[in-house]
Design a binder for this molecule. Structure first.
Ligand code: 5GP
Ligand code: ZN
Length: 114
């Protein structure tokens, strides 16, 4: 997946502000943050979207979410609350085709989303 920007971040070909890393999971700050805390949590393995990832390796998706909850705690988002978002496809406004969980917090978020 040479052309995938998040694979390039995983491979350290382009820099990112990494907040968490293990063998399978990487989390880094979004380049265009929509909240005071806006972190993208991804599996290092490339999967294009949530459905593809679940089909290929549902356990990996679960472990990525487990890492996300730990990151939320470490960033102080457990007490204040936060939002986890997975944009999917065109209507979901997915712009990077490597599954990523947006973790947003430290401001009161509106609902419904725009
Ligand atoms: P999507 O629209 O696919 O749900 O979200 C993609 C996110 O990736 C956007 O919030 C965008 O700001 C972020 N993003 C795109 N390119 C880069 C990059 O090179 N570095 C970082 N840190 N974030 C990026
Ligand atoms: Zn990728």
């Amino acid at each position: 997946m040479q052309e995938c920007i998040f694979c390039k971040i995983v491979n350290k070909e382009i820099p990112a502000d990494v907040v968490y890393e293990d063998e399978e999971v990487l989390a880094f700050r979004d380049i265009n943050p929509q909240a005071p805390v806006h972190v993208l949590v991804i599996s290092k393995a490339h999967h294009s979207d949530l459905a593809a990832a679940v089909r290929a390796d549902a356990g990996l998706v679960a472990r990525t979410l487990a890492a996300l909850t730990g990151i939320a705690k470490d960033l102080g988002l457990e007490e204040t609350g936060h939002r986890v978002v997975v944009n999917t496809g065109e209507d979901g406004y997915q712009t990077v085709q490597h599954l990523h969980f947006h973790l947003l917090g430290k401001r009161r978020l509106a609902w419904p989303p725009g």
